[in-house]
Design a protein around this ligand. Structure first.
Ligand SMILES: Cc1cc2nc3c(=O)[nH]c(=O)nc-3n(C[C@H](O)[C@H](O)[C@H](O)COP(=O)(O)OP(=O)(O)OC[C@H]3O[C@@H](n4cnc5c(N)ncnc54)[C@H](O)[C@@H]3O)c2cc1C
Length: 400
């Protein structure tokens, strides 16, 4: 692939920049740049709506379902510019995970019912896959759905459901029938989170925030038409969804934004009488990370170019997940090192969102850094743990 942007791509980038400058305001940008998890819910719903009205809520979707028809490079430019401008991060469970499953495997009625609401940001989605005892070994899941007339009766418990407390809908893996293998007999089912029998309990995380939940399903009645595809046949859908999740988990745009934030912190922090950014040891660390980010970025772009003709992209998705998640941890570690003793303060959400009052102990770049570092301890676990990704690579690439 050729390095650098073509004149048309530069023109496109300028058009995106112009739009972002006019559409975003300083308060929203300040809140989204803090790195708090979960991000501000009102901001992301508002931003989803703004992008929907512009026709840019889901550029990667096929045009017939509301996508833009942009090239992979244009999609990349768009996401990069959004991140650098400090736009709120859209909830990806609907747009990135369920959306592609719906338009690939869903019935016409399901597409018509759910895709427009995802695009508009009217309904937010929870991913109900993991359970106590079924994380890495997902096929061991026990949540059951038993057919009763034209409804299923669902019982079980899901765990680590990201931001489930904010969601109107969820896509759940449930066992609808016994299978000869653990992977058989599993169905993907849409459950309205407001249904009687659904209880969502927030889990408090190390960073002081509640970004995941437990979800209890107690005799929940779910219409039979809420199964996606053939009952008992969801394992391929789950693998398709997880490989999209792992490719996105590389989070290359955040990595780019983190590099800039590290530079900003290092320019503001003074060590031994000079800005940290002039310290040769520090510069070398930053340069090494920059090279890693560049290398990952080109790999992500290469996969994005080839993905439409190569689904499932299995081993590639796992490689990107491993590289991207370990890089995110290294970047936040360097960010905290740059911040030095100031990183000992863990800001509450309202403090992080407040406008800094000119206090030198509280520069604008400080809030949220430590919370981000703590949250990202989990990024080598969510979407499939690091060791499990290595097993997938060994199996798909080397055959053992
Ligand atoms: C912040 C966060 C958000 C999440 N969000 C969601 C969500 O929205 N929806 C959802 O469904 N799930 C979610 N998860 C769950 C996540 O997918 C699981 O935590 C993950 O798959 C690991 O499963 P587990 O926690 O059961 O750990 P386990 O599977 O018990 O693994 C424990 C350890 O054993 C290792 N291990 C397990 N099996 C093997 C093996 N075969 N070979 C080598 N090592 C192995 C693992 O690598 C890990 O280090 C989230 C998790 C976190 C932490």
């Amino acid at each position: 692939m050729e390095l650098g942007l073509t004149p048309q791509e530069r023109e496109f980038r300028d058009q995106v920049r112009g739009f972002l400058t006019s559409a975003l305001n300083a308060d929203v940008v300040r809140r989204s740049r803090t790195g708090m998890h979960p991000p501000n819910e009102d901001d992301r719903r508002w931003w989803n709506r703004v992008l929907y009205e512009k026709g840019w809520a889901a550029p990667h979707w096929p045009v017939e379902y509301g996508g833009t028809g942009w090239t992979p490079v244009q999609n990349h430019i768009f996401e990069y510019e959004c991140k650098m401008a400090g736009a709120p991060e859209l909830r990806w469970q609907g747009l990135r995970l369920l959306g592609p499953v719906l338009y690939t495997y869903g019935s016409d009625a399901q597409k018509q019912r759910y895709l427009p609401a995802i695009l508009k940001g009217e309904e937010m989605w929870a991913q109900g896959f993991s359970e106590p005892g079924a994380g890495s070994d997902l096929a061991a899941l026990k949540t059951s759905a038993v057919l009763d007339g034209d409804h299923y009766i669902v019982n079980g418990q899901k765990l680590w459901t990201t931001e489930g407390q904010y969601c109107e809908q969820g896509f759940f893996l449930v066992r609808t029938e016994p299978g000869e293998r653990p992977q058989a007999g599993i169905s993907m089912m849409i459950i309205d989170m407001r249904s009687p029998g659904v209880t969502v309990r927030q889990i408090d995380m190390i960073n002081g925030e509640g970004s995941t939940c437990e979800v209890f399903l107690d005799n929940v009645r779910v219409p039979a038409q809420n199964i996606l595809g053939e009952p008992g046949n969801a394992w391929n859908q789950a693998k398709f969804l997880l490989s999209n999740e792992r490719t996105s988990s590389a989070d290359i745009h955040k990595a780019r934004a983190d590099l800039e934030r590290i530079r900003e912190i290092a320019a503001g922090e003074v060590h031994d009488g000079r800005p940290l950014l002039l310290d040769p040891v520090f510069i070398r660390k930053l340069a090494a990370l920059r090279l890693e980010v560049e290398a990952l970025e080109w790999s992500v772009l290469k996969v994005a170019h080839e993905a439409p003709s190569r689904h499932p992209i299995g081993a590639c998705a796992s490689v990107l997940k491993i590289r991207g998640s370990s890089l995110q941890q290294k970047l936040t570690e360097l960010m905290v090192q740059a911040l030095g003793q100031r990183s000992l303060r863990v800001y509450r959400r309202d403090e992080a969102y407040a406008e800094p009052a000119g206090d030198p102990l509280w520069p604008a770049y400080a809030p949220g850094v430590t919370a981000d570092l703590m949250y990202l301890r989990a990024c080598t676990i969510f979407g499939g743990a690091m060791e499990v990704q290595k097993n997938i690579i060994a199996k798909l690439a080397f055959g053992f």
